[in-house]
Design a protein around this ligand. Structure first.
Ligand SMILES: Cc1cc2nc3c(=O)[nH]c(=O)nc-3n(C[C@H](O)[C@H](O)[C@H](O)COP(=O)(O)OP(=O)(O)OC[C@H]3O[C@@H](n4cnc5c(N)ncnc54)[C@H](O)[C@@H]3O)c2cc1C
Ligand code: FES
Length: 257
């Protein structure tokens, strides 16, 4: 998304999202996957339905509406005293790419763990190949073993954790985004080993600004669009919906697969 004036622009923070309005179709949430120094922001779209399909067909010069940046952001470390893991899967890699870029700019070392069903589903491989440096490295894993370690990202992370000494564990931070089942497993591992943990949650959103209630998390009544999308372990522990339920477009609670 190009900033046409190149002045007085807002700088989004990793983890924040925008509401994208495609005229005549819908308005939907999208994570910010990048941002340059001229006020241009990037989003990364997975074509899953009517609005994302319309977005994939947009041409340069077509008009869309953009509201944001919205929501909270990943709390960033200020130095290299912590060992940082960024763990994600699927389109959840979009905000994590922005986070990795920011940490690299800040010269903060981190390890990315990206999981997917198959090597063809892995995202940003080319980008990470170019951007990995003294400050970042990437471990890939696939369910079918077609690239990297065979297994899911939470399994790979557990193997890493089990090799670390007890002394190192309190020095770890995990930032994550992706399928909620994966986020829940990572949360359980981090709880077991007392590791600082942040997860970016996804819910169906209508308004994106705290009005419609579709993204409510029970029983605290927290809103993913306003109080999130990033939540830490302390809060996740109290969210009974986490890993279990979300709401459909009518507000009815449905199970998370
Ligand atoms: C904070 C946040 C950040 C997101 N970031 C991205 C991103 O960077 N890139 C990206 O491609 N997608 C992202 N999504 C998901 C994206 O908003 C949905 O895929 C999109 O709204 C689907 O719209 P559609 O009209 O194309 O599909 P629809 O026809 O509305 O739905 C297609 C399928 O997607 C499901 N779905 C719809 N909305 C959501 C939703 N909000 N969360 C989960 N499932 C949904 C529906 O239940 C249905 O199964 C994000 C969602 C949230 C809440
Ligand atoms: S999307 Fe409407 S309250 Fe969150």
């Amino acid at each position: 998304m190009k900033n046409s004036k190149n002045e007085n622009y807002i700088t989004p923070k990793p983890g924040q999202f925008v509401m994208i309005w495609v005229p005549g179709i819908d308005e939907i949430p999208m994570s910010i996957s990048g941002c340059d120094n001229n006020g241009n922001w990037a989003i990364t779209v997975k074509n899953v339905g009517e609005c994302t399909n319309a977005m994939c067909k947009l041409n340069i010069g077509d008009y869309i509406g953009v509201r944001g940046p919205l929501g909270n952001h990943f709390k960033l470390p200020t130095n290299n005293s912590k060992k940082i893991f960024i763990i994600g899967g699927g389109i959840g890699m979009a905000p994590l790419k922005f986070l990795s870029t920011k940490l690299t700019e800040m010269k903060i070392k981190h390890t990315l763990v990206e999981g997917a069903k198959d090597k063809n589903d892995l995202m940003f491989m080319e980008y990470f190949q170019i951007s990995t440096s003294d400050y970042s490295e990437v471990d890939y894993c696939t369910d079918n073993g077609s690239h990297g370690t065979k297994g899911v990202a939470s399994y790979v992370f557990k193997e890493i954790v089990e090799k670390l000494t007890e002394k190192n564990l309190p020095n770890l931070i995990v930032y994550s985004c992706g399928p909620e089942i994966m986020l829940y497993k990572l949360f359980q591992i981090c709880q077991e080993y007392n590791i600082e943990y942040y997860a970016s949650l996804e819910r169906i959103m209508r308004c994106g600004c705290g009005l419609c209630g579709l993204c409510t998390l029970d029983p605290l009544g927290l809103l993913v669009c306003k109080d999130g999308p990033i939540f830490n372990s302390k809060t996740l522990k109290k969210i009974q919906d986490f890993g279990k339920y979300q709401r459909d477009f009518t507000g009815k609670k449905i199970g998370i697969e």
